[in-house]
Design a protein around this ligand. Structure first.
Ligand code: PRP
Length: 185
């Protein structure tokens, strides 16, 4: 593990997630919320975030598979990888979101392809309100104009793992967010 360099420590993450939880609590004004996490990366963030929110909260999960996933996109960035590539729904939410307050929870916002797809999909449910919380925002890599309502940290264009984020499915259980130097080059 000594090849990993800590970018955001578990203490920094916990402090920021608590702040985000307080902000969401304020904004929800006592109304119930459904938190929709995007598998798999957002599972860790969602589990911490919902415990920092003082509202009547339930949660659900959705999953997509993307040609432009983080690992492959990174390898293909210099080449011909296009953000117009396909995002495919592999697991839908298990309840209707119609008339509900929904917060979509993502670990990382990168090119914006996934969030653009998911926003369109979930707004089709006609929720009462729809907001997006992301822990990490690689704003410099955006290819589609999409933004989150709550952002934990804006980070540089480096390949990060830990706290739910993986490289080839590894490192999701590391408590800190770390840079994987060999991949981020
Ligand atoms: C990550 C992340 C987002 C997506 C963001 O998922 O969880 O869903 O990439 O990238 P984009 O803005 O370029 O679309 P990933 O494909 O790594 O899957 P995982 O959550 O299962 O690790």
């Amino acid at each position: 593990m000594d090849e990993l360099r800590i970018l955001l420590s578990r203490e920094q993450i916990a402090q920021r997630v608590a702040e985000m939880g307080r902000q969401i609590t304020t904004d929800c004004a006592g109304e119930p919320v459904i938190f929709v996490g995007v598998l798999k990366g957002a599972a860790v963030f969602l589990s911490d975030l919902v415990r920092q929110v003082r509202v009547d909260a339930t949660f659900d999960f959705i999953a997509v598979s993307s040609y432009g996933n983080r690992a492959r996109a990174n390898q293909e960035l210099a080449g011909s990888w296009e953000s117009s590539g396909e995002v495919r729904l592999t697991k839908d939410v298990e309840q209707s979101l119609r008339g509900k307050n929904v917060i979509l929870v993502e670990d990382i916002l990168d090119t914006g392809l996934t969030l653009t797809f998911l926003k369109r999909l979930l707004l089709g449910h006609e929720p009462k309100s729809f907001r997006v919380a992301v822990l990490l925002d690689k704003a410099s890599r955006r290819k589609l104009a999409v933004a989150a309502d709550y952002v934990g940290f804006v980070i540089p264009d480096e390949f990060v793992v830990g706290y739910g984020l993986d490289y080839a499915e590894k490192f999701r259980n590391i408590p800190d967010i770390c840079v994987l130097p060999d991949v981020s080059g």
